[in-house]
Design a binder for this molecule. Structure first.
Ligand SMILES: CC(=O)N[C@H]1[C@@H](OP(=O)(O)OP(=O)(O)OC[C@H]2O[C@@H](n3ccc(=O)[nH]c3=O)[C@H](O)[C@@H]2O)O[C@H](CO)[C@@H](O)[C@@H]1O
Ligand SMILES: C=C(OP(=O)(O)O)C(=O)O
Length: 418
């Protein structure tokens, strides 16, 4: 099993290139199921979840024509199997994203139910309710969602809560449906917008992109296109938190600052000097961070995927803070591990209270989800002694070359296997 070993090495300085967003790349890859033509994606992050999606699509009959670093050409004209099996779905919940495009293009789909995971129960009822409203016949058999439809019909769907992959699934399904679909209370996350922009390039008719109401008029068929995956705002935010903790001056390149306003505002509140252009962000941190209160909410508010990283920053900040997690019911798995490193965090329900301490101390830690693992890496960058982060396969789902990127700006971090 691979681990990361980390030692504090003072301030971080230099440049980091940000990768394409995991949460955009996964639905974009699944959008290839909507056309017989080739979809050409660039700026695709080299992540475990991307490999899993590739395997999933190949298992259905997709051909990957180019699989260069950061570039995919994928063709789904030979799909001969409409099933997403449990073995792959259990390793990546985003596999549910094949449901909408497969059903609308091929008239049927079977996708293993993803089940709960470390951060919460994460049901997919809104995905299913929306597809049923569009005329799909859906049953749950032997742990699989089985869906059928001659051709989906446009419908007016009001989602009960803001769901990112739910919006993406219904959006993709509606592009080939007969008539007009209105999706209300749609997610406005930049990754949803990126998917919608790509679908429009493929010939889809979508109005209201970037708003909570998406109006999609179905077309007979979609075609191929070339699309660049939007930068990963969560990867960028994670590195900004690292610098806010260690101090120093780092420039992030290939970013999309406009998609990160809530994150950048909180970092400024913590005392960081932030500057940004169209595709770069610089952070200059010359003081101990000030504690900041956080409440996670759907975009454009503060993202749940940055909660653990801000919490770890707060552990060494000046002052006390409150972090409220409103999206997932069990997303505090990092707290016991951070407390083992000397943090003072108490949690009740969805609220954590953090008392800032001067110093954390290194030890062996592990986490059961992606961003919790990231928070432990950040803790290791400032803790005394050595920190060993175990089970880093969680990190590899969402961070491309994290140890190279951090060591490039002066961190002491290495991957070891035993
Ligand atoms: C691959 C991907 O893009 N993952 C992101 C996506 O996950 P994902 O799309 O799975 O998360 P959702 O936006 O769907 O979940 C939001 C909330 O809605 C609930 N819910 C969702 C759907 C449903 O049918 N029923 C239901 O009750 C969930 O349990 C959760 O409490 O958005 C999350 C929230 O920004 C992020 O943390 C994940 O990184
Ligand atoms: C929760 C996350 O991802 P996923 O939805 O893929 O589990 C995440 O990226 O933090």
């Amino acid at each position: 099993m691979e681990k990361l070993k980390i030692r504090a090495n003072g301030a971080l300085n230099g440049e980091i290139i940000i990768s394409g967003a995991k949460n955009a790349a996964l639905p974009l890859l699944c959008a290839s199921l909507l056309t017989r033509d080739t979809l050409h994606l660039t700026n695709v992050p080299m992540l475990r979840d991307v490999k899993t999606t590739q395997k999933l699509l190949q298992g259905m009959g997709a051909r990957v024509l180019t699989d260069n670093v950061h570039e995919f050409e994928i063709n789904c004209s030979g799909i001969n199997n409409t099933c997403a099996p449990y073995d792959l779905v259990k390793t990546m919940r985003a596999s549910i994203l094949v449901l909408g495009p497969t059903l609308t293009h091929f008239g049927e789909a079977q996708v293993s139910l993803p089940g709960g995971c470390a951060i919460g129960s994460r049901p997919v009822d809104q995905h299913l309710k929306g597809l049923e409203a569009m005329g799909a016949e859906i049953s749950i058999e032997h742990g699989y969602v089985k869906a059928r439809a001659q051709r989906l019909q446009g419908a007016h769907i009001v989602m009960d809560m803001v769901t990112v992959t739910g919006t993406e699934n219904l959006l993709m399904a509606a592009t080939l449906a007969e008539g007009t679909t209105i999706l209300e209370n749609a997610a406005m996350e930049p990754e949803v917008t990126d998917l919608a922009d790509c679908l429009v390039k493929m010939g889809a008719n979508i109005q209201g992109i970037g708003t909570p109401t998406l109006t999609i008029t179905g077309v007979e068929k979609l075609h191929g296109c070339t699309h660049r995956v939007v930068p990963d705002r969560i990867e960028a935010g994670t590195f900004l938190c690292a610098v806010a903790m260690t101090g120093g001056k780092v420039v992030l390149k290939h970013t999309a600052p406009k998609t990160m306003l809530a994150i950048l505002e909180k970092l400024s509140e913590a005392g960081a000097i932030i500057e940004a252009g169209d595709d770069w962000i610089s952070i200059d941190m010359q003081q101990r961070p000030k504690a900041v209160d956080i409440r996670t909410l759907p975009y454009p508010a503060f993202p749940t995927d940055m909660q653990a990283q801000f919490m770890v920053m707060n552990t060494i900040a000046n002052g006390n803070s409150k972090v409220v997690e409103t999206i997932f019911e069990n997303r505090f798995m990092h707290i016991p591990e951070l407390n083992r490193m000397g943090a003072r965090i108490s949690a009740e329900g969805n609220t954590a209270i953090i008392e800032g301490v001067e110093q954390l101390s290194g030890t062996t830690v592990m986490a059961t989800d992606l961003r919790a693992s990231a928070s432990l890496v950040l803790a290791g960058l400032v803790a005394s002694g050595e920190t060993t982060v175990e089970r880093i396969y969680h990190l590899d789902r969402g961070y491309e070359n994290i140890e190279q990127k951090l060591s490039g700006v002066g961190a002491i971090i290495e991957r070891v296997s035993n």
